[in-house]
Design a protein around this ligand. Structure first.
Ligand SMILES: Nc1ncnc2c1ncn2[C@@H]1O[C@H](COP(=O)(O)OP(=O)(O)O)[C@@H](O)[C@H]1O
Ligand SMILES: [Mg+2]
Length: 298
C-alpha cells in the first residue's frame, strides 16, 4: 500500500510508530504537512498537491490532524475521499469527534450514557446551564479543546458564572458539565479498531488535578474494563462513525459515562501499559479494508 499521513510535523511518538508499523509490513508511507497541501477541482478531475507535486497513487490516508491543521486538513481529507482514497477515519466522523458538544449530542441520541451537559449562545443563560448540569462544582469545557487544556472546574456557582462570562468576553463558546467527583481525577481510555476493543488504560491526574490527560502530567496504568464498558466504547465509536478511535470513559456512581471520542488517539502511554501494538493493528486494519475481496480478485 501507499499511505499518506495528514499531520503537521512527523516527529511525534504516534507518527513514528505508525511509520515504523507501515514499513515493517512492507508499505510506503509519507507524512505530509496538511497545511502545505493544496487541491484542485478541474475538468480533469480532483487532485491534491503537496509542495508543488500532485499526490498520486495513494491507497489510504491517515488523518492525524490537530487544531492548527484541522480546518484545512479536513478539506484535504474530503478531497482524498472524493478521489476514492480510503481514509482510516472518514471526514464526517473526524468532524463530529473534534467537537465535544456535537459528539455528546450524537452519543446521547444513540443511547450512550454521558454526563449531564448544557450549552447556550448567550451568556445570560449561564445560571440555567449551571442548574441544568446539577449545580456546582461545575466542569466548564471549550467544545474544541484537547489535551485537557480547555477544561476547567469551578467550585461554586458564582465562580462558574464568572468563568463562563470571561470566556464569553473573548467570544469563546463553552459548555457546562456535571462534575463526576467520584472518578477521583481518573478516566479510562479505550482504543477501538474496526469495531473491536483493542486496548485500554486507566489514567490518573497529578495530585490536585481533576484532569487525567497524559499531556497534563497524568499517569497511565493497565486496566481491565467491564463487558458493559467494552460494549459502550464500541457503540460510541459506531455512533460517531469512526474506524479507529480512543473513547474516554468516567466511572461514576450511576455507571460508566462516555465524555468524548478522539479520532486521533495518542499511542504513547497506552502501547506501553497495555503491551499492545496499536500502530501495527491500525496498519493491519487498512490492509484488511484494502485487500481485494476474493470475488473482485477472481
Ligand atoms: N465531567 C467531568 N467530571 C470529572 N472529570 C472530568 C469531567 N470531564 C472531564 N474530566 C477530566 O478532564 C479530562 C479532560 O477532559 P476531556 O473532556 O476528555 O477533554 P480533552 O479533550 O481536553 O481531553 C478527562 O480525561 C477527565 O480526567
Ligand atoms: Mg480527553
Amino acid at each position: 500500500m501507499k499511505i499518506a499521513v495528514l499531520a503537521r510535523k512527523g516527529g511525534q511518538y504516534t507518527h513514528t510508530r505508525i511509520r515504523q508499523a507501515a514499513h515493517a509490513r512492507g508499505h510506503s508511507i509519507e507524512i505530509v504537512n496538511a497545511l502545505r497541501c493544496h487541491l484542485a477541482i478541474t475538468d480533469d478531475g480532483l487532485s491534491v498537491h503537496h509542495e508543488g507535486r500532485p499526490m498520486a497513487g495513494f491507497d489510504a490516508v491517515i488523518p492525524l490532524l490537530n487544531p492548527a491543521t484541522a480546518e484545512h486538513g479536513m478539506t484535504i481529507l474530503r478531497q482524498f475521499e472524493m478521489m476514492g482514497v480510503f481514509s482510516l477515519n472518514r471526514s464526517a466522523g473526524v468532524a463530529c469527534a473534534r467537537n465535544k458538544l456535537h459528539c455528546l449530542q450524537v452519543l446521547a441520541g444513540n443511547g450512550v450514557a454521558v454526563p449531564a451537559t448544557a450549552f447556550a449562545h448567550q451568556r445570560d443563560k449561564a445560571e440555567d446551564m449551571i442548574r441544568l448540569t446539577g449545580g456546582a462544582p461545575t466542569v466548564i469545557k471549550v467544545p474544541e479543546g484537547r489535551q485537557g487544556i480547555g477544561v476547567a472546574l469551578a467550585d461554586s456557582a458564582r465562580s462558574a458564572r464568572s468563568v463562563i462570562e470571561a470566556f464569553a468576553a473573548v467570544k469563546q463558546k463553552v459548555m457546562t458539565q456535571e462534575f463526576i467527583a467520584e472518578a477521583g481525577g481518573t478516566d479510562i481510555r479505550v482504543v477501538v479498531i474496526g469495531g473491536k476493543v483493542f486496548a485500554a488504560m486507566k489514567r490518573s491526574g497529578q495530585p490536585g488535578d481533576f484532569r487525567s490527560n497524559l499531556h497534563r502530567g497524568g499517569m497511565p496504568e493497565a486496566v481491565d474494563i467491564s463487558t458493559q464498558e467494552s460494549a459502550m466504547a464500541i457503540k460510541a465509536t459506531q455512533a460517531v462513525g469512526l474506524n479507529v478511535c480512543g473513547v474516554d470513559i468516567l466511572r461514576s456512581r450511576r455507571g460508566s459515562l462516555v465524555i468524548e471520542v478522539n479520532s486521533t488517539p495518542g499511542l504513547e502511554g497506552i502501547e506501553s501499559v497495555s503491551g499492545k501494538d496499536i500502530a501495527g493493528a491500525i496498519i493491519g486494519f487498512l490492509e484488511a479494508q484494502l485487500r481485494p475481496t476474493s470475488a473482485a480478485a477472481a
